[in-house]
Ligand binder design. Structure first.
Ligand SMILES: Cc1ncc(COP(=O)(O)O)c(C=O)c1O
Length: 447
């Protein structure tokens, strides 16, 4: 009896990846290393596309490539501007090719210069994109540095699902954003140990984007850290473009990080959710810092497609057709700019309203962008108790975030309602202070 080693389908792309991008290879999780897009049905169906006889994929068609859907279903999307047939058939696993090209072209800013970027892969919303990145790069015990306060779902995605070790950094201090604060948790790791940083700018829940000088500081911090270890920086650009102050860059840091250091690997996650105000569409994108036809881009796409196929099968085609038709419209950028102006109006109304509130009662962390502002409560007040009081006695809903914050989503409040909203929050906080003996109405020194 002869024993032969079973073929390892991932070997070829792994060898190419290790050669082309050693830092990526060092950063990959066990699952990421094993993943490779299987040459099964979608792969074989893609090769058969356009053949006279195509009996590959299990889609129900008229035999000529058109969907055989009940007219009652077809009528629901009759007004769809895009390709109705494509909307009802399976999407390619990596997404609609035209949508991917368009998104790439739309997002590469002039400042990107020669920074490499792959053709974005379509994923089912940013959450799914982040979960794919976690699958690819986060193993049990992997350090994941996140500027705090941060979006709570990161814990589910990186710690609960993948066993990552979340290390909060504290960049918001004394009313300022300190980019060097992200170095601390990284410097404390043993030299050479791969690490992940999660960067969400504009930030949820804080609503802050760094100034040019602070952005320089971040690039310097990450390049310095990457001199000591392979470093994956995930740019969660959910709120891309929603910047309301001059002197605050709105280009993603991804472009600068892509050329900052050979051991620094940024990955960009962005999407239509907020940028196109298409929350229910679940269309988002994953971009790697490699040219589209490079070995590294091909290997990472193969791995991501493998995991995508193993989880959601393929991204929703209807939503992609809607997004593509909207992005192809001549007026879409002006329409998006209009939404940005509406949000900028709300942002300014909120700033004015907060200026009128005693800062010992409610003090906002620095905010200049995105959809949110984060208010720090006086020491001793439980934010959840304040939230409950606002609901019960002031007919007002905000989000409480431990240990001492309330988040205002001003993106969903009309500009003219914002002064009253802030007054109610102030009144509810004052009422809670009055009934909380240990409340000192003073701030903790480091914010
Ligand atoms: C920072 C951040 N990242 C990702 C997401 C998730 O976006 P999606 O709804 O596209 O999954 C959100 C949604 O609130 C978010 O605030």
């Amino acid at each position: 009896m002869t024993t032969s080693t079973p073929p390892d389908p991932a070997r070829e792309i792994n060898d190419a990846l290790a050669l082309d991008a050693p830092a990526v290879w060092a950063l990959l999780s066990e699952l990421g290393r094993q993943s490779v897009y299987p040459p099964d049905i979608p792969f074989q169906a893609a090769q058969a596309r356009g053949k006279t006889f195509n009996a590959t994929i299990g889609q129900i068609t008229d035999g000529r490539g058109h969907i055989l859907a009940p007219p009652s279903l077809q009528r629901q999307i009759a007004s769809l501007g895009g390709d109705r047939n494509a909307a009802l058939l399976y999407s390619p696993i990596d997404g609609n090719a035209e949508l991917r090209r368009r998104w790439r072209a739309r997002h590469r800013p002039p400042s990107a210069g020669a920074a490499p970027s792959s053709l974005p892969l379509v994923v089912a919303g940013l959450t799914h994109g982040l979960a794919l990145v976690a699958d690819l790069f986060c193993d049990r015990g992997r350090a994941v540095v996140i500027p705090a306060p941060f979006w709570g779902n990161y814990r589910q995605i990186f710690a609960l699902r993948r066993g990552g070790r979340v290390l909060p950094a504290e960049p918001y201090r004394a009313g300022r954003f300190d980019p060097a604060a992200l170095a601390g948790p990284l410097d404390a790791l043993p030299p050479g140990e791969p690490a992940i940083v999660l960067l969400n700018l504009p930030a949820n829940p804080v609503g802050y984007s760094p100034t040019s000088a602070e952005a320089d500081g971040l690039v310097e911090t990450f390049a310095g850290a990457a001199a000591r270890r392979p470093l994956l920086v995930i740019c969660d650009d959910a709120y891309a473009g929603l910047v309301y102050e001059d002197g605050v860059p709105s280009d993603s840091l991804f472009w600068r990080l892509a050329t900052a250091h050979p051991q620094l690997v940024p990955v960009k996650v962005d999407g239509c959710t907020k940028e196109l105000v298409f929350f229910g569409g679940r269309v988002a994108f994953l971009t790697f810092p490699f040219d589209p036809d490079s070995a590294a881009a091909r290997a990472l796409e193969s791995k991501a497609k493998c995991l995508l196929r193993a989880t959601i099968g393929s991204p929703a085609a209807v939503s992609q057709e809607i997004a593509l038709a909207a992005l192809a419209s001549e007026s879409v950028e002006e329409e998006i700019a209009y939404v940005r102006r509406v949000l900028a109006g709300r942002y300014r109304a909120l700033r004015r309203a907060l200026d009128r509130v005693d800062s010992e009662l409610l003090c906002a962390l620095p905010f200049n962008s995105g959809c949110f502002a984060l208010l720090e409560l006086p020491a001793g007040l439980d934010p959840e108790a304040v939230r409950q009081r606002l609901l019960a006695d002031f007919d007002t809903g905000v989000v409480s975030i431990a240990p001492r914050y309330l988040r205002i989503a001003y993106c969903s409040v009309a500009e003219e309602a914002i002064p009253e909203l802030v007054e109610r929050i102030a009144s509810g906080t004052r009422a809670s202070s009055a009934t909380t003996p240990e409340s000192t109405a003073s701030r903790s020194p480091a914010r």
